[in-house]
Design a protein around this ligand. Structure first.
Ligand code: GYE
Length: 327
């Protein structure tokens, strides 16, 4: 029975459906216990990008390898769905909850409920802004401010001899999400040192290709001289490339493009000369997450913050890396 439910849940049932199959899976319930009986409730943001798809796969396959029973719930980019899923995991008495918070704010109440039920929580990929850091055991994921800084540093170097103003448009990630807030801040800090860099338009593209295209089309109409596009992820950059080509301009030449993630499609566009620089953000968090979960449930100490290691790619580096790229 348990196996069948897990398979169904992995197949993508929503939080509401998850509530429905609530109390039937109690094999590892009751908090803690031996490794082989661990049940993890995992609330994913959605399936908005190539990054997210790779992240979901990584979490699912790592759970399987570690013999952790995963109850997977897709929130379709909605915080209310994540809150429902977490409540449902609490009701089901899972051993541990992991989730990737779609936005930073508004989690205290539900996290307190998990804490009261003595179910430990691990934040993966994205952070929350709760003042009470005892509400979660650790935060595993990238340093998004650093990613924004790396994007800015490339730009400063690329235009170091330029005298004229450099007009930049920015496609932000999901409004209120940690990666959108931090990638914006890190980038702004670095380019802010030189007044020739001007962000002439900045809007959310919600981390999706379709929205990236739509917003870039609007930018191209409203802003005549765009030199650079900074997109908070590859998918929005890829959507924007379609808009740029549609407007009769050459992406990577007429408009230089910087993105974040380095998923396969992004790396291909970089190798093809349509993107100029990508800051890597690794979605392969699954193995570390399972390892941390096992340690927490054994009562071992774990660091309060686990930062993912990542690099950057220019066009030549992308050509070299593509054949062995995992995602
Ligand atoms: O960069 C983007 C995704 O939270 C790091 O979410 C993640 C971001 C990633 O949709 O592509």
């Amino acid at each position: 029975m348990m196996k069948r439910i897990t398979a169904l849940v992995i197949a993508g049932l929503t939080a509401a459906a998850l509530t429905g199959c609530g109390s039937s899976g109690s094999e590892g319930g009751g908090g803690g216990g031996g490794d082989d009986a661990i049940v993890m409730g995992f609330s994913q943001v959605g399936a908005e990008s190539g990054w997210r798809t790779a992240n979901t796969k990584s979490v699912q396959s790592a759970a399987e390898k570690s013999k952790i029973t995963l109850r997977f719930s897709d929130a379709q980019q909605k915080q209310e769905n994540q809150i429902k899923a977490i409540r449902s995991f609490v009701q089901q008495k899972v051993d541990i909850i992991a989730f990737s918070p779609v936005v930073e704010s508004g989690w205290d109440t539900v996290l307190k409920e998990a804490q009261n039920a003595k179910i430990p929580v691990i934040l993966t990929d994205r952070a929350v802004d709760s003042k009470d850091t005892t509400l979660y055991k650790t935060f595993l994921g990238s340093d998004f401010v650093e990613e924004g800084k790396k994007a800015g540093q490339w730009l400063v170097e690329e235009y170091k001899d330029a005298k004229d103003t450099v007009n930049i448009v920015e496609l932000q990630g999901t409004t209120g999400s940690a990666p959108a807030n931090d990638r914006k801040a890190g980038f702004a800090e670095v380019i802010g040192a030189d007044p020739k860099f001007k962000i002439v338009a900045s809007q959310t593209g919600d981390f999706t290709r379709a929205k990236g295209k739509e917003v870039m089309e609007a930018f191209l109409k409203s802003t005549p001289d765009i030199d650079v596009l900074y997109a908070h992820n590859d998918d929005m950059g890829l959507g924007a490339i379609e808009a740029i080509e549609g407007a009769g301009k050459v992406p990577g030449k007429d408009i230089k493009i910087i993105t974040v993630d380095a998923v396969k499609d992004g790396m291909q566009a970089l190798a093809d000369g349509k993107i100029n620089f990508i800051v890597e953000c690794s979605p392969l968090l699954g193995p570390q997450l399972m390892d941390l979960a096992q340690k927490v449930l054994k009562g071992e100490n774990i660091p309060a913050r686990v930062v993912t290691e990542e690099t950057t790619f220019d066009q030549e580096q992308a050509k070299a890396a593509l054949p062995t790229r995992e995602y």
